[in-house]
Design a protein around this ligand. Structure first.
Ligand SMILES: [Fe+2]
Ligand SMILES: [Fe+2]
Length: 511
């Protein structure tokens, strides 16, 4: 049984969550540091940093130091559990306060980023060949934009003299350790193969070890032989270094995902409170946009034995309940819904929008936009990429990232400019034309779901947001030792980039 730390120390629940997270990471945290972190910043980032630094004890001074070192890349305010008792009073003043209601939304669906109504892949060998070639061309095009990088094709290496610097782009085909302990990576560049050697005594070696099969990267190095390079630099497609873009308008976006309606551990009352809060909450009056980042329902037949964990066993009924909630979202809030792996749409990425037959009511609503995963919209001049995160578990496993932490995985997607990082791996992929799995446009906001663990951060110019869930710990998560963070809702102000996290579930008490 979980200990309710917050109660035993007479602290509020959010502080308890911070302490609990520190315990999980084997970081001893004192009370003052926990209170400080619960109010001032992303506690996970600070605790992770203490863990990485092997700091045995995290006191207030150390927490402040780490936070200062990390900079103000993302400012987060943690709220106590939303107080629903004032709602009636708030309703009386609504006309004066609903700033978002008075404002006409400015948004653009970026259709080229969404596979809905555009699927072409039939699984033929020729489809896959074309898919791999398109992906390579898109990613190598992004790499070519880097300064001081003038690649030749693998067949052109022979024209350079030995010992001279050469730049090549390639897709990782195979990684091998040499007898002397260096790393040898064989690349395919659609034109042939070449090999790069990564010296075990150079800093680049650690970076090369993390290359994944099918990663498309640029290699800078010195020619050793016709097809052999001694590598000195790896260039990923990556995002440019830039300051995060902000909108002119002082309005908010609210993010949620993984509602899992139909599951017998769905937090029905708390989710209903959240929906009510959108309409009547004292601090929800600036919300103009809402993202539901997949797994709106628990689905049926998603995993063996799921039937026993379902309170609603009919998929149409699950979507009817889901639709009833979405219908209650005030109509001045533009709501984007993408699918996840539990939704009634193909499991392979890219996933098209949930079909009309399941969401009849919502398809008829002006403020509801049912889109694919991934897909991108532009709101108030900010490009927002939405992707449920179907490939995230595999990516985390391959990169050695903790399965509860969405931020490093989101960074890995942006570094590779690709959410299809594991082509040929466990995550199924449909070989559609158009390269919608590659992140061709630079997002200002990137939202995922799937992990049931909240996380916030910035990577280069992009705000990263992973809202938690509305489902308690499942039996599968229990086996994994995964403690989800349900009922925590990030609200981002588009003008300041500041994130307010509303807490609708007393997390510690519910574990
Ligand atoms: Fe989920
Ligand atoms: Fe999911």
């Amino acid at each position: 049984m979980q200990t309710d730390i917050s109660t035993s120390l007479n602290l509020d629940a959010t502080v308890g969550v911070v302490i609990q997270y520190a315990q999980k990471k084997d970081v001893i945290i004192d009370k003052d540091a926990a209170i400080f972190l619960s109010k001032q910043g992303d506690y996970k980032v600070v605790i992770d940093s203490a863990y990485k630094d092997k700091a045995p004890f995290l006191d207030l001074k150390k927490a402040e130091e780490i936070l200062q070192k990390l900079g103000s890349s993302v400012e987060i305010v943690f709220e106590k559990k939303a107080d629903m008792s004032n709602l009636e009073v708030v309703v009386e003043n609504r006309a004066k306060r609903r700033e978002a209601k008075e404002y006409t939304s400015k948004m653009k669906m970026m259709k080229d980023t969404d596979i809905t109504n555009n699927t072409t892949g039939q699984g033929k060998v020729s489809d896959f060949v074309e898919f791999v070639r398109d992906r390579y061309n898109i990613l190598s095009g992004l790499i070519k934009k880097h300064n001081n990088f003038s690649p030749v094709q693998s067949s052109g290496i022979k024209y350079s003299a030995k010992g001279v610097e050469v730049d090549v782009i390639g897709m990782v085909y195979e990684k091998r350790d040499t007898k002397t302990g260096n790393l040898m990576v064989i690349f395919d560049d659609n034109n042939g193969f070449f090999t790069a050697i990564f010296d075990k005594n150079k800093p680049i070696y650690a970076q090369a070890r993390k290359l994944l099969n099918d990663d498309v990267v640029g290699i800078k190095g010195v020619k050793l032989d016709e097809k052999l390079i001694y590598a000195s630099e790896i260039i990923f497609p990556d995002m440019p270094v830039a300051t995060p873009k902000k909108a002119d308008i002082d309005l908010d976006i609210v993010f949620t995902s993984d509602i899992h309606i139909g599951s017998n551990v769905f937090f029905e009352k708390e989710f209903s409170n959240f929906i009510d809060w959108l309409d009547k909450g004292e601090d929800s009056s600036k919300i103009k946009y809402c993202v539901i980042a997949g797994d709106g329902v628990d689905g049926i037949g998603v995993y063996p034995g799921q039937d026993e964990e379902l309170a609603v066993k009919d998929i149409y009924k699950q979507y009817e309940i889901f639709s009833n909630y979405v219908e209650k979202i005030p109509e001045h809030i533009e709501t984007f819904i993408i699918p996840g792996n539990h939704d009634a749409v193909r499991r392979a990425d890219p996933q098209p929008a949930i079909p009309r037959e399941y969401l009849k009511k919502l398809y008829g609503m002006k403020n509801v936009h049912v889109l694919g995963s991934p897909s991108m919209v532009e709101i108030e001049g900010l490009k927002m990429l939405m992707y449920h995160g179907n490939s995230m578990n595999e990516l985390q496993a391959k990169l050695g990232i903790h399965f509860e932490d969405p931020i490093p995985a989101m960074e890995a997607y942006l570094l590779r400019r690709d959410v299809c990082t594991m082509y040929g791996g466990k995550n199924p992929v449909s070989p559609d034309k158009g390269g919608v799995l590659q992140i061709k446009e630079e997002p200002d906001i990137f939202v995922t779901g799937h992990l049931h663990s909240n996380g916030y951060g910035t990577y280069k110019k992009t705000m990263l947001i992973n809202p938690g869930a509305w489902q308690a710990q499942t039996s599968f998560q229990k086996q994994q030792g995964h403690i989800p963070t349900p009922g925590r809702v990030p609200v981002m102000n588009m003008k300041t980039g500041k994130i307010l996290e509303k807490v609708f579930i007393n997390e510690v008490a519910n574990m």
